[in-house]
Design a protein around this ligand. Structure first.
Ligand SMILES: [Zn+2]
Length: 111
């Protein structure tokens, strides 16, 4: 599948994710989506990321901030249903909240 096609599926899945989160009382704001290699190298150097192979470089990842009743949270237990929903949308969708290097804001589609 062409990368652009996959990017479109990813973006449509993100729309569904936002609606789902809102329906369960979680408001989302965007963090980072597309990231340049220059930025990625800085993140690797400063420990903010552990890879130069991030899906942010391919427009296949986005980070969100989560608000419940106006209060910011990144708590995995609180957000698990949103992560589960994301992974149910497409077999290649992965939620960073399930990783060993926990990254609850991060939603991606594997290449
Ligand atoms: Zn991310």
């Amino acid at each position: 599948m062409r990368l652009s096609r996959k990017q479109m599926i990813f973006s449509a899945n993100i729309a569904d994710l936002i609606h789902f989160a809102n329906s369960v009382g979680v408001g989302l704001t965007f963090g980072e989506a597309y990231r340049t290699m220059y930025q990625q190298k800085q993140y690797l150097a400063t420990g903010k990321s552990r890879t130069l192979n991030s899906n942010h470089l391919k427009r296949l990842a986005v980070d969100f901030n989560f608000f419940i009743k106006g209060k910011l949270t990144y708590n995995k237990k609180v957000l698990q249903s949103i992560g589960d929903y994301w992974e149910s949308l497409h077999p290649k969708n992965k939620w960073g909240g399930n990783w060993r290097f926990r990254d609850t804001p991060h939603f991606e589609m594997k290449e």
